[in-house]
Design a protein around this ligand. Structure first.
Ligand code: ADP
Ligand code: MG
Length: 351
């Protein structure tokens, strides 16, 4: 197991696409680290460069302080799972899992014993003689995990390993992966474009945009305090409300409400400054009567989420979304107010 240190990592593909832009990152030994970002932001490139499957254009990668930037993949001690699993269709499950040991020229009996152990660990016992085409998607995914782990890598690299599973299987596989990583305590970098997956699995999350990291923190930190409008709009299963506001008389005028300037923004904002207020639908309460410091509007849409509902209020500054508890949903057409909970309104100047 190893800590990962990435410094000034740049990747420019032939043709000129700058997929990584002087990116720096520290992953702790045994940590479950998620790289989260939209398609094309450089997640796969970063993972492949850590693995040695892509050559860096600049910068360094080190495991436990020892530089590996110029080592071939086979000498880095990484186990990688690809988005499409990349199993060998003509080989049995056991031979697929044992493949990294064959590359390392381990004796046949040792290979088979260790591959059988890995198969058992991933719940594949009894399927060893099958070929990938005779397995379900979930079983294929577990073969890919077993193959990545069989040679006891120092670093475990996973590129969207759950994205090809249907919704129900994905949740099961997610829980199994979390348990596996915890039990093995293996340093893991997990790539995903799914914010819920990153929040559920990771010890820490790096939010990526255009080859750079825009925020790095624990799931609680990135959910509660997105550092910028990009992270705010990317994280959360209901979209964050991002409302244009102005600083007036030492208060924030936003979406028909007047709010005190949030503590952390006090002293940073000038009179007349245009800002963006961010507040999660989960951190607003619904009121059916006029309320001081609340966003007024007319209920336009009520969407049932199961256990709660997402209510859209059409107000002066556009739509405001509020999560309302079961049985408390208003009727469309009613006048309503979205009341921010104390300390939950964030102020951005980069919008
Ligand atoms: P992600 O995994 O976040 O979707 P990628 O790392 O695959 O992003 O891609 C980052 C950028 O690099 C994209 O603009 C993509 O088109 C480009 N890219 C990826 N692989 C190659 C390649 N082999 N040659 C040229 N451009 C590439
Ligand atoms: Mg990718």
């Amino acid at each position: 197991m190893a800590a990962i240190t990435v410094r000034g990592l740049t990747k420019v593909y032939p043709g000129g696409v700058r997929a990584l832009d002087a990116l720096g990152l520290d992953v702790a030994d045994g940590e479950f680290f998620a790289l989260l970002g939209p398609s094309g932001c450089g997640k796969t490139t970063l993972l492949r460069t850590i693995a040695g499957l892509e050559a860096a254009s600049g910068g360094t990668v080190a495991f436990d302080g020892g530089e590996v930037t110029r080592l071939p993949p086979g000498r880095r001690g990484v186990g990688m799972v690809f988005q499409d699993y990349a199993l060998f269709p003509h080989m049995t499950v056991l031979d697929n899992i044992a493949y990294p040991l064959r590359v390392r020229r381990r004796p046949r009996a040792d290979r088979h014993a260790r591959a059988a152990d890995a198969a058992r660990l991933l719940g594949l016992a009894g399927l060893e003689a099958r070929r990938p085409g005779e397995l379900s998607g979930g079983q294929q995914q577990r073969v890919a995990l077993a193959r990545a782990l069989v040679a006891e890598p120092r670093v475990f690299l996973l590129d969207e390993p759950l994205s090809n599973l249907d919704a129900r299987l994905r949740l099961e596989a997610r829980t199994r992966l979390k348990r596996l990583q915890r039990d093995l305590a293996i340093t893991t970098v997990f790539v995903t474009h799914d914010q819920a997956e990153a929040l559920a699995l990771a010890d820490r999350i790096a939010v990526m945009e255009a080859g750079r990291i825009r925020q790095l923190g624990t799931p609680e930190e990135v959910f509660r305090r997105p550092a910028n409008v990009f992270a705010a709009s990317f994280i959360g299963s209901t979209p964050m409300n991002l409302l244009a506001g102005t600083v007036r008389d030492g208060r924030v005028a936003v979406a028909g409400a007047e709010l005190p300037v949030p503590d952390e923004a006090r002293g940073r904002l000038g009179e007349g400054e245009e800002i963006v207020c961010g507040v999660r639908p989960e951190y607003l309460d619904y009121a059916s009567e006029a309320t001081e410091g609340a966003f007024p509007g007319i209920v336009s849409v009520v969407e049932h989420l199961g256990g709660s509902a997402l209510v859209t209020l059409d107000g002066a500054g556009g739509a405001v979304h509020v999560v309302v508890g079961e049985g408390r949903e208003p009727e469309p057409g009613a006048a309503g107010w979205a009341v921010p909970r104390p300390g939950r309104v964030l102020v951005y100047r980069d919008g």
